[in-house]
Design a protein around this ligand. Sequence first.
Ligand SMILES: Cc1cc2nc3c(=O)[nH]c(=O)nc-3n(C[C@H](O)[C@H](O)[C@H](O)COP(=O)(O)OP(=O)(O)OC[C@H]3O[C@@H](n4cnc5c(N)ncnc54)[C@H](O)[C@@H]3O)c2cc1C
Length: 308
Amino acid sequence: MTAHMYDVLIAGGGPAGLSAALVLGRARRTVLVVDDDKPRNAVVKHSHGFLTRDGIEPMKLRQIAKEQISKYQQVEFEKDCIDSIEKEGSLFLSYTKSGKAVYSRRVIIATGMKDELPDIDGLDEVYGKSVFTCPYCDGWEHQDQPLAVFGEGKKLLKFAAIIWNWSKDLIVFTNGRSPVSDEDRRDIQNHGIRLVETPVKELVSEKGMLQSVVLENGETISRKYGFIQNSGQHQATNIPGNLGIQTTRKGGYETIGHGLTEMKGLFVVGDAKNAFTSLIGAAGEGYEAGVAMDHDMIHEDWEKVTHR
Ligand SMILES: Cc1cc2nc3c(=O)[nH]c(=O)nc-3n(C[C@H](O)[C@H](O)[C@H](O)COP(=O)(O)OP(=O)(O)OC[C@H]3O[C@@H](n4cnc5c(N)ncnc54)[C@H](O)[C@@H]3O)c2cc1C
């Protein structure tokens, strides 16, 4: 098998990886972006909060980015999946699922996270269409609407309070899972919010639009939209873990500055580092890591000439 050589291999072509590719292309680096095209926010029609691109379709954002990066011809794209990465001396050797082998001086992991949804019948149908996770992403569009909030545990009160900022017409469903403390129950109810602790049987929807929440006791409660409290996520890839990189309490890979990990030359950016970064935050991190690793490579090349 012939191995290809690049300055930088970027695993993941979301906002984090593409932003790194742009700055590295402009720094005249040879870059390969390998992406298997499964963005975390693929379920939503529109994404919000990215300066100059508010309301853009998730795939359109990527398409525009790729069009602009195509000007920098040393940046190549491949639709594939990075299967494994090993260190060989000062280089990284990465293998793709389709069997390509790639050597690179630096690696950026920008592979994002995968969400874990609570086990509620009918949730898959409405997720990203009328039930969302992040009010900063989708709250404005559903302000003052009859909202359902699904959540449990110690963070429920805080989550309900956040969603209350967007609509006072709230019903909180705990799905009967973990008991709410008397203090939190009083606080929620004092804000005019109905708290439903009976388990949810199913969500009824039409073409992805929530109609009602049906409880196990037979009651049907009409709701138009909803927000789910974070119920966990996991890394899209455990490649950094296999290379010995630890994870943080939130499940992101640990870094020590500008996305650099404890392993020289290995960077992690975006959701893979933070669990949830936002589109613009992920793009910012990709840029920062790109500049940091470029400085590092310039220094390396300069020193080689100095010590010749
Ligand atoms: C439902 C939902 C709605 C959201 N809405 C918004 C919003 O409106 N505004 C906002 O700012 N943020 C929003 N977010 C958050 C936002 O999607 C993320 O913070 C952002 O996408 C993180 O960017 P990233 O580049 O780190 O990861 P991603 O965008 O997830 O990109 C990672 C890429 O890596 C690829 N990949 C994974 N493993 C491999 C591998 N082994 N080899 C090759 N490629 C791989 C994936 O296919 C994917 O294309 C939303 C999130 C969700 C879940």
